[in-house]
Design a protein. Sequence first.
Length: 277
Amino acid sequence: MPELPEVETVMRGLASQLEGRVIDRAELRRPDLRFPCPPGLAARLTGARVAGFRRRGKYILMRLEGGDSLLLHLGMSGRIVIGPAGTIPGLHEHLVLRTGDTRIALQDPRRFGCLDLVPTASEDAHRLLAGMGPEPLSPTFTDAALSAALAGRRTPVKAALLDQRIVAGLGNIYVSEALFRAAISPRRLAASVAGARAARLVPAIRETLTEAIAAGGSSLRDYVQPSGELGYFQHAWKVYDREGEACERCPGRASCEGIRRVVQSGRSTFYCGRTQR
Ligand SMILES: [Zn+2]
């Protein structure tokens, strides 16, 4: 599932193709994804000039001149594919935008994503954005704010960090990575992550995300892969999906058994049992 860095990279790629341009034609190929799409969506997009983009958590907002924003969530399996106009539609393409000679398609085989329209002036009041926690790369995400959000939470810190009301945009991969970097056990009670631990966790989250975004591309050309797909990349994770492999923090330490995996709330977490406490 795309998390904040992937969504940010997809958004930058979309901006590289669409910002300042007019959508000549929009085609919505089914009435719903996870939720019903708003009536008249294709008509609203057709002929609109794209004023800019914004990301909030795992959501992309494409702002149109005239005051509406298209809200887009990629769900579990959403992809944006760019190609020349006239490309034969692929499977599971639900929204197709054409601008000049370029065709931009949203593919989502599992349809856990969603599309909606929201007035640009009140984006944050949308039901899917209201109540979302701070952006982890913004100055409002401080160790004091994080400790306050975790106070009284009787769940493991891993689960708490997946809660978009605590902090926006994290998922299974980057929570595992950030906890490893901060040397905090994923099983630790969320309420006990305060003081020095919170002061380590905030920069660990920031650095993890910033490095992943940087790996996603540094120039506009990087955002579109040869396949036409936008913004996904093979990133070198330190613990995620590395069960049984050597832990980079403990070279030669017999007391580290390598990267361990534990299932929490039905989802895998990867960690070092020696250094994460
Ligand atoms: Zn280790």
